[in-house]
Design a protein around this ligand. Structure first.
Ligand code: CAA
Length: 368
């Protein structure tokens, strides 16, 4: 198993055309903007325009990954989507996306659900499917896509966002990043964040959700470092990526980890500043993209990375389930073709003022 190389052969990201600043939201809700900017570590939230839905967002990311892939469309034998923004309870998002991309035939097509962890689960299934050798010479198209919207006026509103990441997972050609076959999952049934059938927005036990995230982080990292020197393990990683509901959550969880290992606050702070904080530059500009959040951080930190560098990727999904993965940069990470798309999406975005935002939210509720 160890000699098999499986991983990301192509990568595509997409961010929608609208955004709003935390300052504008704070003005609308009569809140000190510093609560959102420094208290949560958020900067901008990505928003979808009227008529642009999760299918468009996921397909746009997939098209970008496919356009740069050095493979043949007929070799895609799995299309799996991770999302919590699905538009149908039966028909998987993968079917809508496959329709848009013209993908049909001997392809396993399905949707994976476990809140923000769904995309990572789909990635793991692709890795394990390829390692099993049951589909030689085939590849998987995995898409993590979400539009995160909360009830207007709730504390969670500042953490809204949107984004999609598409990954083509292949054996023998992990040109962007190799994914280690060994990973560290953990789960524990909880009601920290959930969306009952028929509800437009999730229900959130805010502070409890932070606790669940921190507990999952501790458990997964403990599994990784068991019997080893944790500092040595951490120092092998040039970067450590996390699911990013909002950047302060990641900082809190990283400090919980450092304290668990008994490290001095300055040591934790330094490690956070060098290995963790730089992974969230795109997350800060798009907000919480649920299933895509972790993979946005991974895509961002891989940009310009020389081959052979190790990174960790911690995935968390409410409910709750988590998994810690480790990856190694491939030969195409350095040129980071996907970064140009992101720069273009972010540059072309239109910023909404408070009134236009309220109008949009009303129309979207009507659309839903
Ligand atoms: N200036 C600077 N900082 C300020 C401030 C000000 N004027 N006012 C408040 N703050 C700080 C607070 O001190 C706090 O920081 P600390 O936690 O470091 O003390 C921070 O701003 C937030 O303040 P509150 O805790 O009072 O915020 P809140 O309770 O109103 O809302 C929240 C925070 C509960 C996270 C809310 O945004 C929420 O419900 N978010 C959605 C749930 C979520 O994202 N959970 C994360 C884990 S679950 C998960 O990961 C799955 C997922 O994607 C949803």
């Amino acid at each position: 198993m160890k000699n098999q190389k499986v991983g990301i052969a192509s990568l595509g990201l997409h961010f929608p055309q609208l955004a709003m600043s935390m300052e504008e939201l704070a003005k609308l809700r009569h809140v000190d903007p510093n609560k959102f900017l420094t208290g949560l570590g958020c900067d901008k939230m990505a928003l979808c325009p009227e008529g642009y839905n999760i299918v468009d967002l996921a397909a746009d990311a997939a098209q970008r990954a496919l356009s740069r892939w050095n493979g043949d469309l007929k070799d895609i034998a799995m299309i799996a989507t991770g999302t919590e923004s699905a538009i149908d309870m039966s028909r998987p998002l993968s079917a809508w996306v496959a329709e848009k991309l013209g993908l049909q035939g001997n392809i396993r097509s399905y949707e994976v659900k476990h809140a923000c962890y769904g995309g990572t689960l789909a990635v793991r299934q692709a890795v394990e499917w390829l390692m099993a050798g049951v589909a030689p010479q085939k590849a998987a198209l995995i898409i993590a896509a979400d539009i995160s919207l909360y009830t207007p006026g709730e504390p969670s509103e500042a953490t809204q966002g949107a984004g999609a990441v598409a990954l083509i997972i292949e054996k023998d050609r992990p040109l962007i990043a190799e994914i280690d076959p060994i990973s560290y999952p953990w789960s524990k049934p909880a009601f920290d964040f959930w969306r009952p059938v028929g509800r437009a927005h999730p229900l959130v036990e805010g502070q409890f959700s932070l606790h669940c995230y921190e507990e999952a982080t501790r458990e997964c990292f403990q599994a990784l470092t068991q019997g080893k020197d944790a500092a040595e393990v951490f120092n092998q990683f040039v970067a450590m990526c996390f699911h990013t509901p909002f950047p302060k959550m990641v900082k809190k969880a990283f400090f919980v980890l450092g304290r668990m290992y008994g490290w001095e606050e300055e040591v934790i702070e330094k490690m956070y500043a060098t290995k963790v904080d730089p992974t969230m530059r795109w997350n800060r500009l798009c907000g919480n993209a649920y299933t895509a959040g972790l993979w946005i951080a991974v895509a961002s930190i891989l940009c310009g990375m020389p081959p052979g560098k190790a990174i960790s990727a911690f995935s968390y999904g409410s409910g709750c389930g988590a998994e810690l993965l480790t990856l190694k940069s491939g030969v195409l990470a350095e040129q980071a073709a996907w970064a140009k798309d992101v720069e273009m999406d972010l540059m072309k975005r239109r910023y909404l003022d408070a009134n236009s935002y309220e109008e949009l939210r009303k129309k979207q509720l009507h659309e839903g």
